[in-house]
Design a protein. Structure first.
Length: 89
């Protein structure tokens, strides 16, 4: 089957348009998947960091309790002021 020049041109135009649209859709899908993967990883790392902070705070509070002291927010504003003054010195 022989195609005319116009039919060949039309076929090439349609092929290029199809390629462009497929590339556009593929790019959109890739961007969405990458964004979703980044979000999952960031969420996982955030959860991990929060757990580590929680453990460290618990360890510090346990140490304070074992020393017979109270956390600054329990001992009152005067103790907090004394602590700040001690840090400045």
């Amino acid at each position: 089957m022989n195609m005319t020049n116009q039919e060949t041109d039309t076929a090439l135009i349609l092929e290029n348009e199809l390629k462009r649209r497929v590339r556009e859709v593929a790019t959109t899908i890739i961007h969405q998947e990458v964004a979703a993967a980044i979000e999952r990883e960031m969420s996982r790392r955030k959860d991990q960091m929060l757990m580590e902070v929680s453990i460290k705070v618990g360890q510090m509070l346990k140490g304070i309790e074992e020393e017979g002291r109270q956390p600054l927010w329990v001992s009152g504003p005067q103790t907090m002021k004394e602590f700040q003054d001690a840090i400045r010195e």
